[in-house]
Design a binder for this molecule. Structure first.
Ligand SMILES: C[S@@+](CC[C@H](N)C(=O)[O-])C[C@H]1O[C@@H](n2cnc3c(N)ncnc32)[C@H](O)[C@@H]1O
Length: 228
C-alpha cells in the first residue's frame, strides 16, 4: 500500500470517528478506542471504581462512567481543566507531581478495580524523546497501580512504540498475570501508539513504591533585613 493511500485511509478513519463522537455526544474520538478495548477485553463492569489518567477532555471518563453505572466511581486526572461531567470527579494536576498523587490517594480512599491511562506527552517531534517520555508516563500509571490497584485489577495504558517498550512490558509482567499489546480499530493505522492491556494484578509484592514527599514546598527566598 502506498504511503499516500495509507494517509488517505487514516484521514477517512479520523473523520469517521470524529463525526461519530459528535453524533453520540462523546467528548473525543478516543472514546471509541476505549469502547473497542472494553468490548474485546472486558475491562470494566457495573460498580467498579476506575481511575482515568490523562482524562481531558473527558471522552474515556464518559465511557468509564457508562460502564460502571451509578454504583461505580470514576476519578479523572489531567494537567488541563476538564468541564464537569455528571458522576465523575476530576483532579487537575500533574500525575508526576507527588501532590497530585496524594490528592488522588485521598480521593480514592482505598483501592480501585481499574486504572486507565491515555496520557500522552507534548509531542516534541524528536521521536525517541517522545517515546521515552511516553514510557515515563506509563511508569507513573504503574506507580498508581502499585499504590491503589486491587489484586486481580486491570490496567490499560497508551504507549508510543519504540525500543523501551520491551522493558516496560517486563515491568508489567512482574505485576500482572497477563499483558497484551493491542491496537484498536479506532487508532489510526499509521499511528505509532499501541495500548497495553494488563489483567490480573498480582499486587505490588516485589516493588516498593517511592516515598511521597508530603512536605509543603518551602519558599525559595527569605525576607531581607536579618532575623525577626
Ligand atoms: C490523548 S489526551 C487524553 C484523551 C482522553 N482519554 C479522552 O478520551 O478525552 C492525553 C492527555 O494526557 C494529559 N497528560 C499528559 N501528561 C500528563 C501528566 N503528567 N499528568 C496528567 N495528565 C497528563 C494531557 O494533558 C492530555 O490531556
Amino acid at each position: 500500500m502506498s504511503d499516500l493511500h495509507d494517509r488517505w485511509v487514516a484521514e477517512r478513519r479520523r473523520e469517521y470517528y470524529y463525526r461519530l463522537a459528535k453524533k453520540l455526544d462523546y467528548r473525543s474520538r478516543a472514546s471509541f478506542k476505549l469502547i473497542q478495548i472494553d468490548e474485546r477485553f472486558g475491562i470494566m463492569k457495573e460498580g467498579d471504581s476506575v481511575v482515568d489518567l490523562g482524562a481531558c477532555p473527558g471522552g474515556w471518563s464518559q465511557v468509564a462512567k457508562e460502564c460502571v453505572g451509578e454504583s461505580g466511581q470514576v476519578i479523572g486526572v489531567d494537567l488541563r481543566y476538564i468541564h464537569p461531567l455528571e458522576g465523575v470527579q476530576f483532579i487537575i494536576g500533574d500525575i508526576t507531581d507527588d501532590n497530585t498523587m496524594i490528592r488522588l490517594l485521598d480521593m480514592v480512599g482505598g483501592k480501585v478495580d481499574v486504572v486507565l491511562s491515555d496520557m500522552a506527552p507534548n509531542i516534541a517531534g524528536a521521536y525517541s524523546m517522545d517515546h521515552a517520555r511516553s514510557i515515563e508516563l506509563c511508569m507513573y500509571a504503574v506507580d498508581v497501580c502499585d499504590r491503589i490497584l486491587k489484586k486481580k485489577g486491570k490496567l490499560v495504558t497508551k504507549v508510543f512504540q519504540g525500543d523501551l517498550l520491551e522493558g516496560y512490558l517486563n515491568e508489567l509482567r512482574k505485576r500482572f498475570e497477563k499483558v497484551v499489546v493491542h491496537s484498536p480499530k479506532a487508532s489510526r493505522p499509521t499511528s505509532s501508539e499501541v495500548y497495553v492491556i494488563s489483567t490480573g494484578f498480582l499486587g505490588a509484592h516485589n516493588v516498593t513504591p517511592k516515598k511521597l514527599d508530603t512536605e509543603e514546598a518551602k519558599p525559595e527566598f527569605s525576607a531581607k533585613g536579618g532575623n525577626f
